[in-house]
Design a protein around this ligand. Structure first.
Ligand SMILES: [Mg+2]
Length: 203
């Protein structure tokens, strides 16, 4: 009798679920959800995603070279960005690695558009921010550094070093953030979805 290979197929019922790591729609085994979604039902995962994309979002916006140039001038469309987020029901916060920047926002007449001010961590972003126990947690961010956008999710804008009346990066940022907030998707290549969409789930 010659060698034979026994192929064992263990049946399981594929269900369409959201992967907790990549949040892609994918057929998953009911018992194999990975990452932070492990143990959470498909219904729970769906509820988390719906809650994420339909509710009020805290959007944290960097100051230096995102909103303000090296000479202190305000970037074009800054007010438009804040007002569009406000009008859509979201909360635009200002944060900076240089501390609380309320005076800068007052100087530019922007203070009334800002939900609040927070100190931005400069490294080990998630751990440091948790340790600081901020008043609010960012759902999405806008920054000229891609590394911190990768950590929290949001959009990277081109650094604004010098006054440029033709700059439209903040209009682009508003378009991307609102597209994601409304649909759960964003086509802008500079946008990153938050890596942890279950942060709004109760512990
Ligand atoms: Mg910056």
């Amino acid at each position: 009798m010659g060698d034979s290979i026994e192929l064992v197929i263990r049946p399981w019922t594929p269900i369409l679920g959201l992967c907790g790591c990549c949040c892609e729609w994918t057929p998953v085994r009911p018992d194999s959800a990975c990452g932070p979604m492990r143990g959470i039902s498909t219904e729970g995962r769906l509820a988390a995603l719906r809650g994420m994309v339909s509710s009020e979002l805290n959007i944290f916006i960097d100051v230096d070279y995102t909103l303000i140039a090296a000479n202190g001038s305000l970037r074009p469309n800054s007010r438009e960005l804040f007002l569009r987020l406000r009008e859509a029901g979201h909360q635009p916060w200002v944060w900076s690695g240089m501390g609380i920047r309320e005076e800068d926002m007052i100087r530019h007449g922007m203070d009334g558009c800002v939900a609040g001010y927070i100190v931005k961590p400069l490294d080990d972003y998630l751990k440091t921010l948790r340790r600081l126990e901020p008043e609010a947690w960012p759902d999405l961010i806008v920054d000229d550094h891609s590394e911190i956008v990768e950590a929290f999710g949001g959009i990277t804008v081109r650094p604004y070093f010098f006054t440029d009346d033709e700059d439209r990066e903040l209009r682009r940022a508003a378009d991307a953030l609102l597209q994601y907030a409304e649909t759960g998707e964003c086509a802008d290549p500079a946008f990153r979805a938050p890596p942890d969409r279950v942060s709004r789930l109760p512990a």
